[in-house]
Design a binder for this molecule. Structure first.
Ligand SMILES: [Fe+2]
Length: 271
């Protein structure tokens, strides 16, 4: 009896390991292919910035780890990204974690395939130079398999929100969250009810997430949340992460994947 059970268990385990190994290889090939295609996409969809003087924001960021830069991109670039966000709403992956989060996300992989202006913005050398100048360290995009490296956070249903949290750092270098609100409106035309609130000291502050205001913060230092939307609200934010050294080890990679279940469901563990 026991030898049969042991043999069956060993066989099952071997099958699971083989499936995971083949899946990992297939995903790695996909990420390599997307990375190869990316340079041409970025070249074909240049981003035009409207903001000037990153030095001014660098001085501010040196004092507190959150800055907001209004009117960051030129109108045509903003409109192109906004249209891509709306065109990709059917690709949203929705998750609900009681008491913590409810909302939809379009993954980095989907953006790489279907939202070239958003992809181009994230990989724009000019944008990276801005973030590097503001933060005072040279930053790089986080890895391709990290689906939160670049994503669209889509609050389109009543009560979409995320509760108080830090953006934990799963990489070797310093890690920054960069948000570019694309759409933030209620049914009657005003802003949505969802507010970005944060605490650097004890006091709760509100960050204006009107479209085209770039928000840069160091997620491990800034406790933050997005309050719930009301019926008829639409709030779509291009969310990006940059890091001064985007390498990690398998333990941090596993923790990152567990965290990403909140955004992409259980597939975050193996995709
Ligand atoms: Fe966050």
């Amino acid at each position: 009896m026991w030898p049969t059970v042991l043999a069956a268990s060993a066989f099952l385990l071997a099958v699971i390991v083989l499936v995971l190994v083949f899946h990992r290889r297939r995903r790695n090939r996909l990420y390599q292919q997307l990375a190869r295609e990316r340079a041409q996409i970025v070249a074909n969809h240049p981003v035009r910035l409207a903001a000037t003087c990153p030095e001014q924001y660098a001085a501010e960021f040196a004092k507190r780890p959150l800055v907001r830069i209004p009117d960051f991109v030129a109108t045509e670039s903003l409109e192109a990204m906004k249209q891509e966000a709306l065109d990709n709403l059917h690709r949203v992956e929705r998750t609900y974690l009681p008491t913590h989060k409810k909302g939809g996300t379009v993954s980095y992989e989907a953006i790489s395939r279907y939202a070239p202006h958003c992809l181009s913005f994230y990989h724009s050398p000019e944008v990276q130079n801005w973030i590097s100048m503001i933060t005072g360290v040279k930053v790089y995009p986080t890895p391709d398999q990290d689906q939160s490296s670049l994503s669209l956070l889509c609050y389109t249903e009543t009560g979409d929100h995320i509760n108080w949290h830090y953006d934990h750092n799963f990489y070797k270098g310093r890690h920054f969250t960069v948000l570019l609100p694309l759409i933030n409106r209620s049914r009657d035309g005003g802003p949505s009810a969802s507010q970005l609130e944060y605490k650097i000291s004890q006091e709760v502050e509100t960050c204006d997430t009107s479209p085209n205001a770039l928000v840069v913060f160091e997620g491990v230092k800034v406790l933050h949340r997005a309050t719930p939307t009301r019926e008829g609200d639409t709030r779509i934010i291009l969310s990006m992460t940059y890091c001064s050294d985007p390498r990690n080890d398998w333990r941090k990679e596993l923790l990152r994947r567990i965290k990403d279940i909140a955004f992409f469901g259980i597939r975050a563990l193996w995709d």
